[in-house]
Every structure is written in C-alpha cells, then in structure tokens.
Design a protein around this ligand. Structure first.
Ligand code: DI6
Ligand code: FE
Length: 407
C-alpha cells in the first residue's frame, strides 16, 4: 500500500538502477543513473534518478544496471493471414523469381485463397504464435494490415482478427486497410473496376465499422498504378483516414511523391526511390519505413538510398514486414541487424527505427515510442552492456522483461 508521505508523488511501479535510452531528441537519449515511474499505465517520470521528484511507489523494481528502451514498435506487418508459402520458397530456390510466381497466380493470391478459407478464429490462432515471437523480443505496439482478403467480407474478417489480437494479448494493435494489395482472380484482370470496389464498397464498409486506423496500397507493376492508388487515397481522405504506401519496392513508379502529396504517414520499402521522391518525403514529413527482411528474402540487390534519406532529413523506421511471401520474419532484432548489415544504418538509427520513428510512422508518437512523462509506460528491459548489442547479434534475444502500460 501507499505510505502517507504527503509530499511524495504517488506511483504504481518504479524501475530504478537502470540505464535508459529515452529516444527523446534526435539520438538515443542515454541516461546513466536512470529511473522510470508509472502510474495508471502511463510514465510519470523517466530520467536521471537525482532529478526525480520524491516518489512513493507501491512496487519498486531494481534493474541492476540493465538497459531500458521504449517498448518496440513493429510498424509494418501482414501478420494475419491463412496458410504459408513454404512451397513457393522451394520454387524460388529452384530458380523462379518473386514476380514470376506472382504473375503465375501464386504469390499474394495464393495467400488470399487460404485467408478466405479460414475463419476469424483460425486467423487469430494462426497469427498468435508469430505475434508472441515478436512480443518475446519486446514489441509492445504492432501494426497489422489486411490485404489477403481482397473482398469486403474477408478484408473485414482479417481486420477484426487483427483487432482481437490486441484484446487477447497485452499489446497495442494498429490496423491498416490494404484492399489495394493485389488483384483477386474474380476481377478478371480489370484493375480499375477492382479499385472502384475498393473505394466505393470495401473502404467505406471498413471505415463504418471503425476497423482501420490507416489505409495502405501497393504501388507497383504487379500491384496498382499511381493513378489507381490516388483514387484509393481520395477515398481514404473522404473518410478522414491517414494513408501509407508500399512504394518503389521493385521499380520506381514515383509512389513516394504521390504519398507525400497526400501527407502520408509513411512510404515503405523504397529500394528504387530517387532524389525527387526523397525530397518530397522530406517536405511532407513522411517517414521512410525500410524493410530489410523483404530485401534479404527476395534477394534484392538495389538498396534504398540511405545517404539521400539522411541528407534530406527524412526520418527512417525499420519494420519486419512479417508476411508469408516476401518476408517470413518475426524478429525486430534481426530486422535491426539486417538494417545495419545490409543498409549500413547506424546503431542509433536502428534503435530509433524500431521505437521513435516506427511510432511516428503509425501516427502515435504522442502516445508511445520514447520514454517521456505522459506516454504509455511501454518498456523493454534488456540484459545488455550497450545498445549496440541489440543490433549486432543474430538470433539471440537479450530481453529481460517487457512492460505494457505499466505492467
Ligand atoms: N510488398 C511486400 O513485400 C508484401 N506485400 C507487398 O505489397 C508481400 C506480400 C506477399 O508476397 O504475400
Ligand atoms: Fe508489406
């Protein structure tokens, strides 16, 4: 129980003897003799112990010098889906390309079939082991896209499954409607007619049921043209929903400039973005979400222009892109390692990319992503000596404890 010290600030839980990476400001915001205090699930103090007000905590946890970062944010996943694509992986090992498989009716459409065949319960049950794996590495906020239904009923079923994951696990879920992900077979090749259905039927139904926090599209030769994406963005705008875009993953269709014109939260992938696109992202404050898992898994060789992003001051996030086709990855620690090894991101960029910048890419930086009074008390507590250990290892998980909303 609380003591009766009237001058002390009451709190529920206090973590002391910690080293903090608060992620406030530009860098990691390192604090040596650090302390975090939570009340009602929110941070009431995070900073140097000598600067803390007098605190009266119901529970005190001695971190014994461990590091605390904000809980990790995976800001781009397709983690809810039926089936898997291990067989296509075998075909790719035998020489087929990702695009060839997609054009031959495999790819996204094969996952669509499995997703349509699954019940909502089955979608939740099959996603949970993947979600649990992310959580075991400290993920406290998770974005989940639809996009394997490609009809109103299955898109809504997928988004309801995504929302339920946030109910059955101590985790914040942000949902994104990705109806414009691929063309379903029943559209008979008519992409414009399908986009009309996305805009006039699917998106309004999803918005009415409040199932999406944002709207995304796949702007690509095997996806949709910038003109088609623009129609989806107009429909999203009409419903007051923020947009994101899969842009410049396999070619440069200038999706980034389009996303920027619509004030997109993020433009994702970006292997083929040019300087004009980068400048547009910078002007709009759109976050560049890099997805090294997909780059690695499809054995892409064209790297996103990280130096240009830096020169123009574009914020960089990193995510798993967890999906059955191009990135069957359920590790943000490995995504960080790949971001550094494959894209030459610095340790600070990697850590910021899965915390502060990932939160910015979801439009929830006012709630999570840094250790600051007023935000949710979402923490990852690590058995490490320096933050670089989060990035340099492969397949080792140094998480000591995970805290979501103060617990
Ligand atoms: N780009 C991707 O990397 C994923 N979706 C997208 O638009 C791939 C999805 C899949 O292959 O199932
Ligand atoms: Fe994706």
């Amino acid at each position: 129980m609380y003591s009766h010290n009237k001058t002390a600030m009451q709190c529920d839980r206090l973590w002391k003897n910690a080293r903090l990476a608060t992620l406030t400001g530009e860098g990691l915001g390192i604090v040596d003799d650090g302390l975090v205090a939570a009340r009602d699930g929110r941070i009431v103090f995070a900073g140097r112990a000598p600067d803390a007000p007098s605190l009266d905590a119901a529970e005190t946890i001695d971190c014994a010098g461990r590091w605390i970062t904000p809980g990790l944010v995976d800001c781009h996943t397709h983690i809810v889906h039926g089936g898997n694509r291990a067989h296509e992986f075998e075909l790719r090992l035998a020489g087929a390309s990702y695009e060839e498989i997609a054009r031959a009716g495999g790819g996204i459409v094969s996952t669509m079939r499995a997703t349509r065949a699954a019940t909502e319960d089955e979608l939740v049950a099959s996603a949970l082991p993947r979600v649990d794996t992310l959580m075991a590495e400290g993920v406290t906020t998770l974005e989940i896209k639809s996009g394997y239904g490609l009809d109103t009923a299955t898109e809504m079923k997928s988004l309801r499954a995504a929302r339920r994951i946030g109910e059955v696990r101590p985790l914040s879920v942000k949902t994104t409607f990705l109806g414009a992900h691929a063309l379903p077979p029943e559209a008979n090749g008519d992409k414009d007619a399908y986009i009309a259905a996305v805009c006039n039927e699917m998106l309004p139904s999803v918005a009415r049921a409040r199932l999406a926090d944002a709207v995304d599209a796949f702007c690509e030769g095997i996806g949709f043209t910038p003109q088609q994406v623009e129609r989806v963005f107009e429909a999203a705008k009409a419903k007051g929903l923020r947009v994101k875009l899969h842009a410049e993953q396999l070619s440069n269709l200038h999706g980034s400039s389009l996303a920027a014109r619509y004030g997109a939260l993020s433009a994702d992938h970006l292997e083929y973005v040019d300087e004009q696109g980068v400048a547009a992202l910078a002007r709009a404050g759109t976050v560049a979400v890099l997805l090294p898992g997909a780059f690695y898994f499809v054995r892409e060789t064209h790297k996103p222009p990280v130096d240009l992003l830096r020169q123009h001051g574009v914020k960089i996030a990193l995510a798993s892109d967890s999906n059955p086709g191009s990135s069957p990855l359920t590790s943000l620690l490995l995504a960080m390692n790949m971001g550094a090894t494959l894209f030459r991101l610095t340790v600070d960029e990697c850590v910021a990319g899965v915390t502060r910048e990932a939160a910015r890419a979801l439009g929830c930086l006012d709630e999570v992503g840094t250790l600051e009074a007023g935000k949710w008390c979402d923490l990852a507590i690590w058995d490490i000596e320096r933050p670089a250990e989060l990035v340099y290892r492969m397949g080792f998980n140094p998480l000591h404890a995970r805290v979501w909303r103060g617990k």
